[in-house]
Design a protein around this ligand. Structure first.
Ligand code: NAD
Length: 296
């Protein structure tokens, strides 16, 4: 099937990036937020991001204006009714997502594909809130969406093969690189990333090295763009703990169990960069200092 009009629900961190890349690729977009203020905030962020592409000569001023013109802004769910694909990127709350999908299912024609950008909620569970589980997929974008190439395309046992492949082709058409995966918590990226991050904390607890030395080992020894503690502070320790707990609940395997130190840091309110402290102290943001975590 041919996708022409795409709904994006939620214009937060992920949703505004998704609306931007979909509109840049030439699709008509209907972007929905809960009120005018958040709608404007989302659109402002898209404008700012597109402007950066103009400054880097990767987009012309005319293309920027045309991209913005392709995004219809609304606070009414009913305006999504003639979309061929609706991508949901609202707050990570199962009840809110299921209510939204039940409403979209009532509103949208039979052919519309419904997709969620969730990081941790079961795609099958959300599909069950609709009468079209065979037309339901996950489209998991990476943050920041305009820069990150990967999209995990997720199917359930109920997803129609053609719908799944339409999702894969759509990701390609918006300039991303799709990978096919299955409805299991963490998909591919977090299945591998979360145990690695948790194991880095265990290595620190066990005295294998200091925070900067473990970071340097991975950064310079494996050529990763950053070491695990710098990455943990970027992702947010609260977010990492939340995902680890959901993965541990799903798999009941020790490798997903959050180490005590991670829980203590989150309880102390040290959530990483966004709170000014995590494994590093960001009092001077350009020159983070490793925290003394009194591990001896
Ligand atoms: N932040 C990340 O790095 C990341 C990465 C991949 C996937 N995700 C997933 O993407 C989704 C969104 O995450 P985010 O970080 O953009 O969150 P966010 O809090 O930045 O944005 C969510 C937005 O959704 C809006 N919203 C809530 N209910 C709505 C509704 N019914 N209709 C329209 N808008 C509504 C909120 O007002 C808010 O602006 C979550 O499911 C999250 O798990 C996040």
């Amino acid at each position: 099937m041919e996708i022409q009009k795409v709904g994006v629900v939620g214009l937060g961190l992920m949703g505004n990036g998704i609306a931007q890349v979909v509109a840049t690729a030439g699709y008509s977009v209907v972007a929905r937020e809960v009120n005018d203020e958040l709608l404007e905030k989302g659109i402002k962020n898209i404008e700012r991001s597109l402007q950066k592409f103009v400054e880097k000569n990767q987009l012309s001023e005319v293309e920027k204006q045309n991209t913005l013109a392709r995004i219809k802004r609304t606070t009414a769910v009913a305006d999504l009714k003639d979309c061929d694909l609706v991508i949901e990127a609202i707050t990570e709350n199962p009840k809110a997502k299921k209510e939204l999908f039940a409403e979209l299912d009532r509103l949208c024609p039979r052919h519309t594909i419904l997709a969620s950008n969730t990081s941790s909620i079961s795609i099958t569970e959300m599909a069950a809130a609709t009468k079209r589980p065979e037309r339901f997929i996950g489209l998991h974008f990476m943050n920041p969406v305009p820069l990150m190439k990967l999209v995990e395309v997720i199917r359930t046992i109920q997803t129609d093969d053609e719908v799944f492949e339409t999702g894969v082709r759509f990701a390609e058409k918006i300039g991303k690189v799709p990978v096919r995966t299955w409805d299991r918590v963490g998909f591919i990226v977090n299945r591998l990333l979360i145990p690695y991050l948790l194991d880095s904390i265990r290595a620190l607890e066990e005295g294998f090295g200091s925070i900067p030395d473990i970071d340097k080992s991975i950064h310079l020894g494996l050529n990763h763009p950053m070491g695990p503690f710098t990455l943990l502070d970027f992702v947010g320790l609260d977010t990492t703990l939340f995902i680890a707990e959901i993965m541990f609940e799903e798999y009941r395997e020790q490798r997903f169990a959050p180490p005590p130190l991670l829980k203590r840091l989150v309880t102390a309110g040290w959530h990483g960069r966004k709170t000014g402290r995590g494994f590093y102290d960001y009092s001077d943001p350009k020159n983070p200092k490793p925290m003394n975590l009194q591990l001896t």
